[in-house]
Design a protein. Structure first.
Length: 297
């Protein structure tokens, strides 16, 4: 076996506990888990994957709830090998899908690139942010996107423009069976000190209002038009509500935290309970941002 094949084999695992790879720290085993060491290895994996095998792509595992019975299929995690930043001009760059959004924001701060400060508040990777048009503090991912690179289930790489996608609030749809590899972003020039000051202010606000020291998946529900999910949840008296070892955060009502030892079933039951109680009290049906996958125990 050559070195490349050995590297690929080492990156492939079976019956991998997804609790190791989700920010909630819950989730049963995936049948197959693959963190490709490079693009050729990813292409070969996709080509060899049986056509009917369910396929789940993850980054940091935020905004994702894997049920306790696990995922019957293959999980692809784009990690450090897909986290490069490549300058394309004075105000443009390409960022790999595996790059944490916070690191992209830090790079923008150092280079004096304004417009992406909000990415410091997005707790996932560039790939995940592209997939759901993630946002924070008034900014959204696709407002900065100029082009994307995707890969199909057949292993073919595509270069696409925003016109190939339908982008809305926390929603993106486009070519079927294609996943993001990288994106080209366009920003604006600004003094680095100004950009860094904006990022630091955002991070201070985040630390003061969000339960960053407890396992969570970011915002659980989308904000309804003209309102905030957190306000509705708090107004319904649900801060601190628990199911098992899962709790509606006492710091931010639109966060659910793992108090330690929570099951995915606890979190899912709490999501459904909050949704039902808020609708009964206010008439507003909150829509989850969190993606739920896999089987119950």
């Amino acid at each position: 076996m050559n070195a490349a094949a050995e590297q690929t084999r080492a990156a492939l695992r079976h019956n991998e506990p997804m609790a190791r790879h989700t920010s909630w720290r819950v989730g049963g085993p995936a049948d197959t888990y693959f963190e490709p060491p490079d693009l050729p290895a990813l292409q070969a994996f996709l080509v060899d994957l049986p056509a009917g095998t369910p396929l789940l792509w993850i980054g940091l595992g935020s905004n994702l709830l894997v049920r306790d019975g696990g995922f019957r299929g293959a999980v692809v995690c784009l990690g450090k090998s897909f986290a490069a930043i490549e300058p394309l001009g004075e105000t443009r760059l390409r960022a790999g899908a595996g790059l944490p959004c916070a690191k992209l924001a830090q790079h923008c701060g150092r280079q004096g690139l304004a417009g992406g400060e909000f990415l410091a508040g997005v707790p996932g990777t560039v790939g995940g942010a592209l997939a759901m048009n993630a946002g924070a503090h008034g900014g959204e991912t696709w407002q900065c996107v100029q082009a994307v690179r995707t890969i199909g289930r057949d292993g073919v790489v595509h270069q696409r423009t925003p016109a190939d996608f339908r982008v809305a609030y926390r929603s993106v749809s486009g070519p079927v069976d294609e996943w993001f590899l990288a994106a080209e972003f366009g920003f604006e020039h600004a003094p680095p000190s100004q950009v860094q000051a904006a990022i630091h202010a955002l991070l201070r606000r985040r630390a003061a209002t969000q339960p960053l020291r407890q396992a969570n998946a970011g915002s659980v529900f989308r904000n309804p038009p003209g309102d905030h999910a957190a306000r509705l949840i708090e107004a319904t008296g649900l801060k601190g509500l628990t199911r098992g070892r899962a709790q509606v955060s006492e710091r931010h009502a639109n966060f659910i935290v793992n108090l330690g030892g929570a099951r995915a079933a606890d979190i899912e039951a709490l999501i459904d309970d909050v949704q039902a109680r808020v609708e009964a009290a206010t008439g507003v049906r909150l829509e989850p941002e969190v993606r739920r996958v896999g089987e119950a125990a």
